[in-house]
Design a binder for this molecule. Structure first.
Ligand SMILES: NC(=O)c1ccc[n+]([C@@H]2O[C@H](COP(=O)([O-])OP(=O)(O)OC[C@H]3O[C@@H](n4cnc5c(N)ncnc54)[C@H](OP(=O)(O)O)[C@@H]3O)[C@@H](O)[C@H]2O)c1
Length: 353
């Protein structure tokens, strides 16, 4: 695929960004600044910052310097966005603010790709991982709102979906170890999170236990039907900078060997790979036999933070198999994962040109 511009477009597509000053918003700024298809033209934070330059308002927490051209952009209000200027808008808003703003903008015909949880469970809003359920975009029914999953679920499903397709899932137990950046900007997880484990993250267990069913659902007789398996999760905040780790035990419908699981993961390919979308990793999920794999500091930044890394696969005396995976929470689990959704939307011809 020609990656100079998106297929069918003569220039980069102008896009907006809600929540631009936050942890996920800053990741979007980094990625959009060098994106071949999209040009970031409008930035939005809280209304009180409107009229100020982005550079003067953001507490930049990324390792790379802030792109100069973006620093000079003036912050707008969400209600200033309009479809001809920004037909596509990414949302990195907190759920509380996202619900009314995303509804209003999408009703005005702006395509919204959102990180927030507010609309993930709406029956008519796709909850999308391009490698897993791209076909759900066929059921948008003229709506303009698409959500990405929870930051654990995004990486988790790249490990589970290939197993579900090949062997069928039956029962899964998951314990998460989630990075501090998942709570927002540095310090947002609070002082108790320093050199400690916080054994609860507000609302997280519910998301990990419910979102996989919507993502793996199939379209039958005019509605989505969820698959029949069980998930039980416990979620922990740990003092890791970036990258969520999960240890799982799982039971499959059809018994399989460890070698078959590894083969299934390592050969998994999907539409984003065949279409050559700019943010698609060559390998969405990869098994690593090394003793220290998949520790999040070394593994999750690889492949643009878009691959789920798996290690420690072994027989589980209770459920059959156990393993550990890691996934980049602000890249695959947020900004880069949402860019891949938008690229798929464009490649499927759903964004007017
Ligand atoms: N962090 C992760 O790993 C991760 C992963 C997946 C999904 N998410 C989701 O992504 C979203 C953003 O998370 P985050 O960690 O980036 O949060 P964050 O660091 O707290 O940033 C929130 C952003 O939203 C803006 N904002 C807050 N209230 C607003 C309002 N009423 N109107 C307009 N803008 C408002 C803030 O602007 P000001 O600076 O002006 O306050 C800031 O730019 C959340 O829904 C979160 O659940 C996060």
């Amino acid at each position: 695929m020609n990656t100079e511009f998106a297929p069918g477009f003569q220039a980069r597509i102008p896009v907006g960004l809600l929540g631009a000053t936050g942890s996920v918003g800053q990741r979007f700024v980094q990625l959009l600044h060098r994106h071949p298809w999209f040009e970031l033209v409008c930035l939005v934070a809280s209304d009180s910052r409107a009229g100020e330059t982005y550079g003067s308002q953001v507490t930049w927490a990324q390792n790379d310097p802030m792109p100069k051209a973006i620093a000079n952009l003036t912050l707008a209000k969400a209600m200033d966005l309009d479809p001809p200027q920004t037909p596509l808008v990414f949302s990195a808003l907190p759920a509380s603010a996202a619900s009314p703003i995303e509804t209003l903008l999408s009703e005005h015909g702006i395509f919204i790709v959102s990180n927030a949880a507010s609309h993930r469970t709406d029956a008519d809003v796709p909850l999308l991982i391009p490698e897993v359920n791209a076909a759900h975009l066929d059921h948008l029914n003229g709506k303009c709102l698409i959500t990405g999953p929870n930051c654990c679920v995004a990486g988790l499903m790249l490990a589970l979906a290939p197993l579900h397709k090949t062997f069928g899932l039956k029962r899964i137990f998951i314990a998460t170890m989630q990075a501090l950046s998942g709570a927002g900007l540095p310090g947002a997880a609070g002082p108790l999170a320093e050199a400690n484990v916080l054994p609860q993250i507000n609302g997280e267990v519910d998301k990990v236990e419910t979102e996989p069913f919507k993502i793996l659902s199939t379209w039958q007789d005019g509605k989505f039907i969820a698959p029949d398996f069980q998930i039980s999760a416990l979620c922990n905040r740990v003092p890791v900078v970036d990258g969520h780790t999960m240890s799982l035990s799982l039971e499959l419908q059809t018994p399989a060997t460890c070698e078959q699981l590894i083969e299934t993961w390592n050969t998994f390919q999907a539409e984003p790979q065949s279409l050559g979308l700019p943010s698609a990793p060559a390998q969405p999920v990869q098994y690593h036999p090394e003793f220290t794999a998949p520790n999040p500091r070394e593994y999750t930044p690889r492949n643009g933070g878009m691959t789920t890394h798996i290690g420690q696969l072994a027989p589980c005396p209770i459920l059959g198999h156990k393993f550990t995976l890691s996934t980049h929470n602000t890249l695959r689990g947020a900004a880069a994962g949402n860019l891949l959704i938008a690229e798929l939307l464009v490649a499927k011809g759903l964004l007017p040109n």
